[in-house]
Design a protein around this ligand. Structure first.
Ligand code: FRU
Length: 927
């Protein structure tokens, strides 16, 4: 499904890109290149040139892509040069220029032309041919038509005044020339006055004013443009208002204030049509830019307009104007239509795209709907499954809870049930113990019963307390009491046991009385537990310290410290966990005591912590907050509480501390110190602990290093050796190897005891020929069981050596050295059976060992004394000779090393319940 979605998404993104392309692509029709067209105007302020600009813009509107850059030099040559250079710098694709004066502007126009930019010269010219195209009327013709027209007006004398344009501009020069040619040869026409009007009305008036005296006879004026002509009319209207002077101008612009209007109004008598060429200049520019054919010279026609044709011209112009308007409005209409069309195209595209997208997304939606349905169905199935499993779990956990509850109820009930019989056992037991008329063993048995009954009662009580706290949410009822006195009382109840255990109990308190709020019927269990544990795990002659002090007036701290067994860090971390038992579990108990202790401290809003170090002891610290603000009102008891009978309540805790008399165990350990053990340990605490625990069952020898252990083993030949691995002088493994390779000690089982608990370490211990390898912390019970097992094995070995069964005598002995010893010993004995002087001294000297070593070795390997073994072998030999030879009793007596047949007979009878002769007879009868 995911791959499907991914495919769908990538398809969508591709589709979107395509649509975006369509959207961005549409709305743009065919577009002109973005040409930059520069136009440098010599002067832009007069009406003629404004008309020219308007025509240009109109034409440009047909080329929306083009950029039109327009600069007006305001009749200043230098400024125009500067502006052309600017345009060159900014970058134009073509330059249209109407130069102010020909000569000064020529170099810059040539520069542009030579730089590869086409130049269209408009209306006025430069003085060379270095341009791309020219647009404008033929100014010579304009001047000539003007001259001929004026000359044709009258046969009477025509005294002329000419007002020229700017002297350096080409139209002025050409019109002047044409005008002179137009009037040439006309006898009645005389040019009387000539002034330079610079194309401007004001200049024309001021120049006429300067020559006004010469104007007296002038009856015709030709001005190079209508602006100057109108100025001349105004001037003359003032100078000689009644003189009929005819004025002819150039331009004949249509519209308000234009030449046509002035002719029509009689301000001017005639005007020569002079088209601006704006439209044509733009047309030519685009031909050039688009590489289309064009004419270099584009000359526009001119004609004289006077009262005879002015109306026609006006009409014509109005028509053209209205047509122009129509074109304009159609153009804008077209533009609008185009915009509408483009918009519609966009909308259309959007609709198409939306439709396509809708179909695509619809398909995708449908696809994912199907996938979703599938996924939902499988999810629903899974949900159902989970729900069913959950219900099952809930049901199971409810059942488990109920079963747990039932179990706890059963335990609680049975615990309650236990209490009555226990009380009924304990009360008469008390009576019986008080009775003096019993002998020692009876009294001891009763004490054992009492001790165990109390222990059982203690366990039952703890179980019930645990139940109350854990399941019934028992609340504390606190009252204000002196915690020092309370703690001392409890401690005193242990004094007797501490003395018996040889443990020194010290209570220290910084203040005589410390008032604090607690529930005495609960808190006593905390003290009982902690002190009983401290005593239990103390060494003989150890010390238990109880210290009570305030912690900055905020809490009271009770520390119970012992210097006994201690715990590993892992044990210390878990010691308050429910039912946790440390590695010395058999002496710790049920594991419920410290859990209860912590619960009770927590109910008092206090804390309990333990610091412990293996073989160095433990310190339990209880901290209880002072005051009663942390208890609710319902928990406070304000009357003085009845304090519990501490001595009585402590009995279940002290029961564990009583020294248990030996009970018959039916194993090797129950025999009174028949076996000896050599303990090799350099840690005095552990050595002391092991001695204490093992001395009950074994004769103990001790050594603190490997060398003294080796000496002790050779001298004393113990039945078993327990050795630490890491030892000064000679390691436990080294010791083991030395012992096993010396035939005097090779038979002694060795247990290595070490903190190195890796598998490799254990294997290397076994390679050193250790019989067992125990890691610390070890369980004393497990150690005893191991010892017992090894001794039992040794006993089995003895049985093999000493058995009457001949075949078992040949059973292989695991250890070569022991095998060799037994063989040597048996060989010597067999060889000397007939030697009546044969004794232990002789064997010792033959085997090069001491009497003690011989005795111990034979005892260890064969399970009997040397003398017993020799006697046994002699009697067995006698038995053989009695049944398999005809030798007389006397002969047999000497052959087996007896000197006296009577003594032989007595000894034989004591062993086989019949005299040698009776034995022979019985054998003969049976065979
Ligand atoms: C306008 C104008 C026109 C004239 C032309 C000659 O600036 O003076 O009146 O016909 O320039 O270039």
């Amino acid at each position: 499904m995911y791959s499907g979605t991914f495919r769908g998404l990538s398809f969508c993104s591709a589709l979107c890109s395509l649509l975006l392309l369509l959207l961005t692509g549409c709305g743009h029709g065919k577009k002109d290149h973005e040409y930059r067209i520069g136009f440098s105007q010599c002067i832009g302020s007069d009406m003629w040139r404004q008309t020219m600009l308007q025509e240009m813009k109109m034409e440009l509107s047909l080329h929306p892509g083009a950029k039109f850059i327009y600069k007006d030099a305001d009749g200043d040559n230098n400024r125009q040069i500067e502006q052309v250079n600017e345009m060159l710098k900014e970058g134009v694709d073509i330059l249209i220029i109407s130069p102010n004066e020909a000569e000064p502007l020529t170099p810059v126009v040539e520069k542009v032309y030579n730089s590869g930019i086409p130049v269209v010269v408009l209306d006025r010219k430069t003085s060379t041919q270095q341009y791309t195209a020219y647009v404008g009327a033929d100014n010579y013709q304009v001047g000539k038509i003007a001259g001929e027209y004026i000359a044709s007006l009258s046969d009477s004398p025509i005294d002329l005044a000419e007002i020229t344009g700017l002297a350096g501009s080409s139209p002025a020069m050409e019109r002047e020339r044409g005008f002179m040619d137009g009037i040439a040869g006309k006898a009645n026409v005389k040019l009387k006055v000539k002034v330079h009007g610079n194309w401007l009305r004001s200049v024309a008036i001021s120049q006429l004013d300067k020559v006004k005296d010469q104007l007296k006879d002038v009856n015709y004026i030709f001005a190079h443009n209508d602006v100057m002509a109108a100025g001349a009319r105004a001037f003359l209207n003032q100078l000689a208002p009644h003189r009929p002077i005819k004025i002819v101008g150039v331009d004949a612009l249509p519209g308000q204030g234009g030449g046509l209007q002035m002719v029509s109004d009689g301000v001017l008598n005639a005007s020569l049509l002079y088209p601006t060429g704006g439209k044509e200049a733009i047309e030519t520019a685009f031909h050039i830019l688009n590489n289309e054919p064009f004419n270099k010279l584009n000359i526009m026609q001119s004609l004289a307009i006077d009262s005879a044709n002015v109306q026609l011209m006006k009409l014509q112009w109005n028509r053209i104007n209205s047509q122009q308007h129509d074109i304009e409005s159609q153009r804008s209409l077209l533009q609008e239509q185009r915009i509408v069309y483009n918009n519609q195209k966009i909308i259309m595209n959007i609709i198409v795209i939306t439709l396509v997208l809708a179909i695509v997304f619809g398909g995708l939606a449908f696809f994912s709907l199907i996938e979703n349905r599938k996924a939902n169905r499988s999810l629903e199935a899974k949900n159902q499954e989970i729900l069913a499993q959950r219900n099952q779990l809930v049901e199971m956990s409810a059942k488990a809870d109920a079963a747990n509850e039932a179990k706890f109820n059963f335990f609680t009930n049975i615990s309650h049930e236990f209490r009555t019989p226990l009380t009924l056992i304990l009360s008469p037991l008390d009576e019986m113990l008080k009775d003096d008329g019993k002998h020692g063993s009876e009294n001891r048995s009763l004490k054992v019963i009492q001790q165990n009954a109390f222990r059982l009662l203690g366990l039952v009580n703890q179980l019930l307390d645990y139940r109350k706290l854990e399941y019934d949410n028992q609340k504390v009822k606190v009252s204000e009491n002196d915690i020092v006195g309370f703690a001392r009382k409890i401690t005193d109840s242990f004094r007797h046991h501490a003395q018996k255990l040889n443990v020194n109990m010290i209570v220290t308190n910084e203040a005589k009385v410390i008032k604090s709020w607690f529930d005495p019927l609960m808190l006593d269990k905390v003290f009982f537990n902690l002190i009983a544990n401290a005593l239990k795990f103390s060494n003989q002659k150890g010390t238990v310290r109880i210290n009570i002090r305030k912690d900055q007036d905020k809490a009271v701290l009770i520390e119970v410290q012992d210097n006994g067994l201690g715990m590993s860090r892992e044990d210390a971390e878990q010691v308050f966990d429910q039912f946790y038992q440390a590695d010395h579990a058999p002496i710790l108990g049920s594991g419920i005591g410290l859990t209860l202790t912590k619960q009770i401290v927590t109910l008092h809003h206090g804390t309990i912590e333990v610091k412990s170090e293996k073989w160095r002891g433990s310190t339990f610290t209880v901290s209880l907050p002072l005051g009663h603000a942390h208890f609710s009102d319902s928990q406070l008891l304000h009357q003085t509480p009845v304090l519990p009978d501490v001595a009585e309540r402590s009995r279940t805790y002290t029961a564990d501390l009583d020294q248990l008399p030996d009970v018959a165990k039916g194993d090797v350990l129950s025999k009174p110190k028949e076996y000896s053990v050599l303990i090799v340990e350099d840690n005095p605490d552990l050595l002391h602990y092991l001695e204490e625990k093992l001395s009950e069952h074994f004769e103990i020898y001790k050594a603190a290093n490997g060398i003294s252990a080796l000496q002790s083993a050779i001298e004393r030949v113990p039945d078993l050796i327990i050795s630490d691995v890491v030892l000064p002088e000679l390691s436990g493994k080294g010791l083991c190897e030395r012992l096993k390779s010396d035939f005097r000690t090779s038979h002694i089982p060795v247990i290595l005891l070490t903190a190195q608990n890796s598998l490799e370490q254990q294997i290397s211990g076994i390679h050193a020929m250790a019989d067992a390898y125990l890691t610390k912390p070890f369980d004393i019970g497990y150690l005893l069981a191991t010892m017992q097992g090894l001794i039992k094995n040794r006993m089995k070995l003895k049985e093999r050596f000493t058995s009457d069964n001949e075949s078992s005598e040949k059973a292989p002995i695991a250890k070569t050295l022991d095998h060799k010893f037994v063989n040597d010993f048996l060989g010597i004995v067999e060889q000397n059976l007939g030697n009546e002087n044969f004794d232990v001294e002789e064997i010792c000297s033959l085997l090069s060992i001491s009497r003690v070593q011989l005795y111990r070795k034979v005892k260890a390997l064969l399970g009997c004394s040397v003398a017993d073994y020799i006697l046994n072998r002699r009697l067995k030999r006698a038995k053989y000779l009695l049944t398999n030879s005809n030798k007389s009793i006397a002969e047999i007596t000497y052959e087996i090393g007896f000197s006296n047949p009577n003594y032989f007979s007595t000894v034989f009878k004591s062993k086989y319940n019949s005299t040698p002769s009776e034995f022979r007879r019985q054998h003969l009868i049976s065979s």
